[in-house]
Design a protein around this ligand. Structure first.
Ligand code: AMP
Length: 282
C-alpha cells in the first residue's frame, strides 16, 4: 500500500493506472474506520483493478459549532486496517494543499442540499460536494463507493456527477449495523454506555414505521406519528431533527406512501447527532 499526501502526485499516479487500462475504485472517508467503511473497500477491491481510499477530515463540511475539533482520529489503526485489506493507494491529503489560502470555488447542488440534514446543517452538503468534486478530479475514479447510511449524500453526489459530467459510476452500498441494529458510525464513539444502549431506538423507529407501512398504513402523517412515538419513548433523546417518509429521488416529504419510500431519522442523544434510514420498496 502506497501512502500519498500530495494531490498532484496522486493525480499523476492515478492517471498512469488509467492510461494502462486499469479501472480505479475509490472510497472517500473521514477516517476512524469501521466495518461500514471496510465493506465499501472490499466492494471496491472486488470490482476494480486498483483500489484507492482517501482519509480527509474535510473542514468545509463542518459548521462553526460542529464537531470538527473532536472528531475521532486514529490514523495508525486506520492505516493498519487498510493494509490488511491490501488496498493499493491511501490518499491522505494535506489540508493546506486541498485548501490553500487562495481557495475560493464551491459546488452547490441546489434544493436537494436544503432538505433533511441540510435544514439543520446549513452549508454541509456544499462542503461535501466540493470536496468530492476535488477528489474525483484528482483521482478520476472509474467507480466511487458510498454508504446508504448517508442516503441524502448519495442522492446529492449522484446529482452532481450527472450534472457536471463526471465520468465516474456512483455505487451505493448497504448500511452496516452493530448487533442491535445501530448503524455503524465514527460518531458512535462519542456515546457513553447509557446513550449507546438508547441509540438502537433509531433502527427500531425505522422498523416500526416500515412494519406499519407494510401492514397498510400509508399516510405520511400517521407514519411520522409512529416514528415520533418510538423516539419519544427514550428520555435520552434530547432533540428530534426529523423523522419522516420521503421521496427517495426528490427527498421531499410524502403525504401518501406509494411503491417506495425513504424512511429517515436524525436525532440528538446528548450532544451526539445520529442519522439512519431504510429505503422501503413495497
Ligand atoms: P465518513 O467517514 O463518515 O465520511 O464515511 C465515509 C463513507 O462510508 C460514506 O460513503 C458513508 O456513507 C460510508 N459509511 C459510513 N458508515 C457506514 C455504515 N454503517 N454502513 C455503510 N457505509 C457507511
Amino acid at each position: 500500500m502506497e501512502t500519498l499526501r500530495i494531490p498532484r502526485i496522486t493525480q499523476d499516479s492515478c492517471k498512469k493506472h488509467l492510461q494502462r487500462g486499469r479501472s480505479l475504485g475509490f472510497v472517500p472517508t473521514m477516517g476512524a474506520l469501521h466495518d461500514g467503511h471496510l465493506n465499501l473497500v472490499k466492494r471496491a477491491k472486488m470490482e476494480n483493478d486498483v483500489t484507492i481510499v482517501s482519509i480527509f477530515l474535510n473542514p468545509l463540511q463542518f459548521g462553526p459549532a460542529e464537531d470538527l475539533d473532536k472528531y475521532p482520529r486514529d490514523i495508525e489503526q486506520d492505516t493498519k486496517k487498510l493494509r490488511e485489506q491490501d488496498i493499493d493507494i491511501l490518499f491522505l491529503p494535506d489540508t493546506n494543499l486541498m485548501y490553500p489560502l487562495s481557495f475560493s470555488s464551491h459546488i452547490e447542488v441546489g434544493p436537494l442540499s436544503e432538505r433533511l440534514c441540510g435544514k439543520f446543517r446549513p452549508g454541509h452538503f456544499n462542503g461535501v460536494a466540493t470536496v468530492v468534486a476535488k477528489l474525483f478530479n484528482i483521482i478520476n475514479p472509474t467507480r466511487a463507493y458510498f454508504g446508504q447510511k448517508d442516503f441524502q449524500q448519495t442522492v446529492i453526489i449522484k446529482r452532481m456527477a450527472k450534472d457536471l459530467n463526471f465520468d465516474t459510476d456512483i455505487i451505493v452500498c448497504p448500511t452496516i449495523r452493530e448487533h442491535d441494529g445501530l448503524a455503524m458510525s465514527s460518531r458512535n464513539a462519542y456515546l457513553d454506555k447509557e446513550e449507546r444502549s438508547t441509540a438502537c431506538v433509531l433502527y427500531q423507529c425505522l422498523n416500526n414505521a416500515s412494519e406499519s407501512v407494510k401492514s397498510g398504513m400509508t399516510s405520511g402523517e400517521k407514519i411520522r406519528e409512529v416514528m415520533r412515538q418510538t423516539l419519544l419513548s427514550e428520555p435520552l433523546i434530547s432533540q428530534i431533527d426529523y423523522a419522516s417518509a420521503y421521496n427517495p429521488e426528490t427527498l421531499g416529504e410524502v403525504d401518501e406512501i406509494k411503491g417506495e419510500a425513504l424512511l429517515a431519522v436524525a436525532v440528538r442523544i446528548g450532544d451526539t447527532r445520529l442519522i439512519d434510514n431504510i429505503h422501503l420498496i413495497l
